[in-house]
Ligand binder design. Structure first.
Ligand code: SF4
Length: 305
């Protein structure tokens, strides 16, 4: 089978930066953890777990892990002791209040691996959701309420916020509350054409022109565009990436929506030969959190069939 591989498959800038920070911490030694999965790829997470990196899912889990540190510091000056947890904030960011709390913990050295694009989105939401007179402004957030990045983004809003992955729901809210002042932003990995549609519709229904924050990341857009270009030239597409990864799932959905037979696999082991029986040319792409070696392996297997 001929394989056309996307040049953009694999780690984006934010993921590469986050993993570099984690690698540096691991190299220094000591107790290392991440708050939330550093990225959404099970293979990468397992590798770090093997190196002793703990992944904390909640503030409570961090507090419990620190209990032995507190017991130790009753006998030794905490500042003199080596009992510290080097905790890294995941690439998707965390809620503002959670970060504030973690920074207050004596035995925690908190470091930030939030992607610079996500950080920029958080900060612009904080600035735009308040008028110059300090009045709160409603945030309409185009995104998935269950995604950790969205949790972090809305925590920066100064007023109320409405979250939905469905443009109609956001526009419906705007229609019912047309006198309110509003800000529109998106989860960084959302679909740009849909976001543009919401922008246009809001401008027609709201009394006051909404503030638009362009928070969608170009890395996602370029990856999606390239996948669609490849999809036009092939009989089937393979997307490699974590099934928990939002951008990977969206990439697969996007290609599939163009009626191209598409499979999403976490690794080459999940490729099923029967699926490719009548396929002469296959396209290969991957989500932003997929290591290169997994894409290499998928390319090797597909090329051998
Ligand atoms: S896709 Fe964009 S916003 Fe998300 S982590 Fe990568 S560079 Fe950052």
């Amino acid at each position: 089978m001929e394989v056309i591989r996307s040049g953009r498959a694999g780690f984006c800038m934010g993921v590469a930066l986050a993993l570099k920070k984690l690698d540096d911490l691991v190299e220094k030694g000591g107790h290392v953890g991440t708050f939330g999965p550093i990225i959404h790829n099970p293979f990468v997470l397992e590798e770090y777990a093997q190196k002793g990196v703990r992944c904390f899912g909640s503030v409570q889990a961090v507090k419990e892990a620190l209990e032995p540190f507190y017991a130790f510091s009753e006998t030794v000056d905490a500042k003199e002791s080596q009992m510290r947890l080097n905790l890294l904030i995941r690439a998707h960011g965390i809620p503002h209040s959670t970060e504030h709390f973690l920074r207050s913990l004596v035995h925690v050295s908190l470091m930030d691996a939030t992607c610079p694009r996500v950080k920029e989105a958080q900060n612009s939401i904080a600035r735009a959701t308040q008028t110059e007179d300090g009045e709160p402004v409603t945030l309409l957030l185009f995104g998935d309420a269950n995604h950790p990045e969205v949790d972090g983004l809305v925590s920066y809003a100064k007023g109320k916020y409405i979250i939905s992955p469905e443009p109609e729901k956001l526009v419906e809210y705007a229609k019912k509350n047309q006198h309110e002042q509003m800000v529109l932003a998106a989860q960084t990995t959302q679909d740009r054409p849909l976001f543009d549609r919401i922008k246009q519709e809001l401008c027609t229904v709201l009394d006051k022109k909404p503030v638009i924050l362009e928070t969608i990341c170009d890395a996602t857009k370029l990856r999606q565009e390239e996948a669609l270009t490849i999809a036009e030239q092939v009989d089937a597409m393979v997307v490699v990436g974590g099934k928990e990864s939002g951008n990977t799932k969206r990439l697969a959905e996007l290609v599939f929506s163009k009626n191209i037979p598409t499979v999403l696999v976490e690794s080459a082991d999940e490729l099923v030969r029967e699926f490719f029986q009548n396929v002469k040319k296959v396209g290969l792409t991957a989500g932003a959190s997929t290591p290169k070696r997994l894409v290499d392996e998928a390319e090797r297997v597909l090329g051998s069939w």
